[in-house]
Design a protein around this ligand. Structure first.
Ligand SMILES: NC(=O)c1ccc[n+]([C@@H]2O[C@H](COP(=O)([O-])OP(=O)(O)OC[C@H]3O[C@@H](n4cnc5c(N)ncnc54)[C@H](O)[C@@H]3O)[C@@H](O)[C@H]2O)c1
Length: 360
């Protein structure tokens, strides 16, 4: 059971394959994607996976048996791998192992590992091919599409990076079996975001499902979310216009995430940011209050936090004025006037803070 979603960005195109795969099938997909010119493959693996995901060992064995010059390198687990120091450790290792321009990278792990691997592929020898095997729900639905790669600085998240498109992405759903429930639920927030901005059937499907999502529904939801993101980034690869809609829930979400010292997972912060954006839209006459109520009910039932008003104070909102997406004093804020629709409104940062606080 698998689905292929094509991603087309100008002349470049690749496929996101989502479903249940044997390790040999994953190896076959990568062999085809890289082609015969690739003669050495660096598997950059999230350091937390070996102990937690039994799926990893057979996969690595199959890749080693089917692909040329396979070697494995352990990254630090999760976000800790997203630093320039860790990038240096990886590229020094690649150089010491003799990877040349016929080499390629495969990132295996959550969004942190795949962002790290993509950035290594973007800069090593000025760019070599890469593919990703995302192992978290968030990495499958979000980090897998769009070609953003990079790492964090002390000054903030994702401040250094490059656009570099993968040759292939294989989202092997077997990995989700070992993902901690909190991580899985947080990943659902990005799926729900895709429902609000473009595919309202996602919301209907989640509302009519029980708390445990069946394998079939999980496949359907991931496919829908990947399609939404693929469609949006194909229309706007470098964030000039339409891609801004993907920031729904993120402007306030990022502020909450940073203010929590990253105690909140990204998806949890986005859930709160979506509730706040829908509340604000209702207060400004841009959307109906029922939509905010719908978001609260759905996300609350799934175990996502929705008490945005309680958490928003002037200290949190001060962070809006250092938002990366800000232009001058204006923030391009994404509103959702109806399920599946968006409206971008340039709001003055101070005005936005005042309006959110008035609502809170
Ligand atoms: N490039 C993009 O477009 C894009 C989009 C969204 C997010 N991101 C980035 O993705 C990162 C967040 O990704 P994430 O939510 O996947 O978190 P993560 O990569 O930090 O992984 C979370 C934790 O889950 C563990 N893990 C991963 N897969 C597992 C599995 N199958 N079983 C058990 N444990 C597993 C990891 O070891 C880690 O401890 C952030 O750095 C964010 O900036 C990038």
């Amino acid at each position: 059971m698998s689905v292929v979603v094509p991603v087309e960005l100008g002349a470049r195109r690749y496929q996101v394959q989502i479903g249940s795969f044997t390790p040999e099938a994953v190896a076959e997909i990568l062999t085809t994607a890289f082609g015969p010119t690739v003669t050495g493959l660096a598997l950059l693996v999230d350091g937390g996976l070996a102990a937690r995901a039994p799926r990893l060992a057979p996969l690595v064995a199959a890749l080693g048996a089917r692909l040329p010059g396979v070697e494995r390198f352990e990254l630090l687990a999760g976000e800790a791998c997203k630093s320039l120091t860790e990038i240096e450790r990886t590229v020094e290792w690649m150089a010491s192992r003799g990877y040349d321009r016929r080499g390629a990278v495969v990132g295996i792990g959550g969004g942190a590992a795949t962002d790290h691997a993509g950035f290594v592929a973007a800069i090593y020898l000025r760019g070599i091919p890469f593919a990703t095997l995302p192992t978290t729900l968030l990495a499958m639905v979000d980090a897998s599409v769009g070609g953003k790669t990079g790492v964090d600085l002390q000054a903030g998240k994702n401040l250094v990076g490059a656009f570099h498109q993968p040759r292939a992405v294989v989202a092997d759903l077997a990995f989700l079996a070992t993902l901690p429930a909190r991580e899985r639920t947080a990943g659902l927030a990005e799926v729900i975001k895709c429902g609000f901005i473009a595919d309202p059937e996602i919301l209907d499907l989640l509302e009519s499902s029980g708390p445990e999502l069946s394998a079939e529904l999980t496949l359907d939801l991931i496919t829908r979310a990947v399609r939404v993101k693929a469609e949006v980034v194909a229309a706007d690869e470098t964030e000039g216009g339409r891609r801004a809609i993907l920031n729904f829930g993120h402007t306030i979400g990022h502020a909450l995430e940073a203010a929590s010292g990253y105690e909140l997972l990204h998806g949890e912060a986005v859930a709160l940011g979506m509730v706040a954006a829908l509340d604000l839209g209702a207060a400004m006459g841009i959307g109906p209050p029922e939509l905010a109520a719908r978001a609260r009910a759905l996300m609350g039932r799934l175990g996502l936090p929705t008490d945005a008003a309680r958490r928003l104070d002037a200290g949190v909102l001060a962070r809006l004025s250092v938002d990366k997406k800000r232009r001058g004093n204006q923030i391009r804020f994404v509103f959702c006037p109806a399920a599946g629709q968006t409206r971008l409104v340039d709001v003055g940062a101070a005005d936005l803070v005042a309006r959110v606080l008035a609502k809170a």
